[in-house]
Design a protein around this ligand. Structure first.
Ligand SMILES: Cc1cc2nc3c(=O)[nH]c(=O)nc-3n(C[C@H](O)[C@H](O)[C@H](O)COP(=O)(O)OP(=O)(O)OC[C@H]3O[C@@H](n4cnc5c(N)ncnc54)[C@H](O)[C@@H]3O)c2cc1C
Length: 434
């Protein structure tokens, strides 16, 4: 690889593929380096794909992308050990193309995205790890790979290397990852006939359901569970903050939580008979706005999970990854067209574009949420139980009058959190999400 490239992209997940595709499509000479055997071989997601971000990169992606089901129903469940209180939103509007969200299997999706990247003219090299950035003073001028003669040079290097952001940390661009800024999630894919999925979830062919859950399943730790319908499989998973796993007095493990979720009486019948063919664990950067590091400098930019671009409140990550990848690439394209050097001043346009997009606006909106949740464990322990018992009290017909029941419910909330605690929690939560 003697020649110099316009850009090198490290990583072939959604952020790296979005950046590489956009650059190659504009006619730039791009090298993409991926350590996995093939793109997607190492990548983990739930996985919900949000169409909007991909549409902006490949408008006709629906023609041949490997999509499982489009989502027509969103369920949110607050779990107790025996029950759940939930809201379901289902709309026929979600059944009209172009569909807004799909379930996908990342190994297949990343392979497909990568085929588009190569069609666009980029050079992809797999099974190659970038070990460090090559510097000329404070300027990144290329990368060193784990191959003989593995030094490659470019005007700009885009780091799309995922949540561990090893390269940025080594180069001192990114601080060490804090356990309270990352969640550890585990998931399984359980296979069963399509007709069984459709009957159990009350959906037709190609229609899908999302269930997001919080409550007793995370044993008081900050975290959530999820269950998604694929074509002929279900994805079920749970994730909690790494800092909580470390300090949890019961030393609960992620897979123990997943087993517990699978045994829940409201979940078990939905997944019964499913044959587990895939099990994986992965970190998710959930530190939010305050954990986003510096994302550009002389000759470098950071995109996707490597920059902490995940909106945990809405379980969005891949769309932020693709959007940051696209915006970074567009910055390079404009700079190149204007004949500008790829220095920090030029690349600061990437940050400006991000600030102007939903990515930073959403992260900013929820900037205080991670801190509030860390400091308010009762949102994950006390309240789910209280809400479930309140529902049980109100819906059980036992000769007790409704006023008395209401007093009992109110009394249980006050006994658990006192009136000042209840008001304080409501205000804290409202401030964190307003
Ligand atoms: C359990 C789970 C569920 C999720 N669910 C959803 C969901 O439903 N919807 C959603 O939008 N998001 C979800 N996310 C988040 C989403 O998966 C990420 O935000 C997204 O994958 C980030 O993409 P990325 O390209 O930045 O990083 P990644 O997808 O992690 O890709 C990074 C790539 O870089 C490669 N790499 C790393 N280091 C090197 C190196 N030194 N040299 C060469 N290659 C390297 C890796 O092999 C990998 O292919 C979920 C995440 C998890 C873990």
């Amino acid at each position: 690889m003697p020649e110099k490239f316009d850009a090198i992209v490290v990583g072939a997940g959604p952020s790296g593929n979005a950046a590489t595709y956009t650059l190659a499509k504009a006619g730039l000479k791009v090298l993409q380096i991926e350590r996995g055997e093939y793109p997607g071989s190492k990548n983990v997601q739930g996985a919900i794909l949000y169409s909007d971000a991909l549409e902006k990169i490949i408008p006709d992606f629906r023609e041949d992308a490997p999509l499982e089901r489009h989502i027509i129903e969103q369920r949110m469940w607050l779990l107790d050990d025996q029950s759940f209180v939930g809201t379901h939103f289902r709309s026929e509007d979600y059944n009209k193309p172009p569909y807004n969200r799909y379930t996908i299997i990342r190994a297949q999706f990343d392979k497909w995205f990568s085929s588009k990247v190569r069609e666009a003219g980029a050079l992809l090299i797999c099974e190659t790890t970038v070990e460090q950035l090559l510097m000329d003073g404070d300027r990144v001028v290329g990368v060193r790979c784990d191959r003989i003669g593995g030094d490659v040079f470019a005007d700009v290097v885009i780091l799309a290397d995922g949540v561990n952001s090893t390269l940025a940390r080594k180069a001192g661009f990114h601080p060490e990852i804090q356990a309270r800024n990352v969640a550890l999630a585990v998931k399984e894919i359980l296979f069963m006939p399509e007709e069984v999925i459709q009957a159990r979830f009350n959906i037709g062919e190609e229609e899908g359901v999302v269930i997001e859950m919080m409550g007793s399943v995370t044993e008081g730790m900050v975290g959530t569970g999820f269950l998604y319908t694929n074509k002929d499989s279900l994805t079920i998973g749970v994730g909690c903050m790494l800092s909580d796993f470390k300090t949890n007095p019961n030393r609960t493990t992620p897979y123990a939580l997943l087993e517990k979720l699978k045994r829940h009486p409201s979940i078990a019948p939905l997944i019964e008979g499913g044959e587990m063919k895939e099990y994986c664990a992965h970190l998710i950067p959930e530190g939010g706005f305050h954990a986003v590091p510096k994302i550009f400098g002389h000759g470098w930019m950071i995109v996707g999970d490597s920059g902490g671009f995940v909106n945990a409140a809405h379980r969005e990550g891949s769309n932020l990854a693709m959007t940051t990848g696209r915006l970074a690439a567009e910055t390079v394209i404009h700079a190149k067209a204007a004949g500008k050097a790829m220095d920090a001043k030029t690349l600061s346009a990437y940050k400006a574009a991000l600030d102007d997009s939903f990515v930073m606006k959403d992260l900013k909106k929820y900037r205080d949420l991670p801190e509030v949740l860390h400091n308010s464990p009762h949102f994950f322990s006390t309240y789910p139980g209280l809400v479930n018992r309140a529902a049980q009290t109100m819906f059980t017909v036992d000769g007790v009058d409704k006023k008395t029941k209401e007093r009992e419910v109110l009394g249980s909330f006050k006994a658990a959190r006192k009136l000042t605690g209840l008001v304080g929690d409501a205000v804290k939560l409202w401030r964190a999400v307003r």
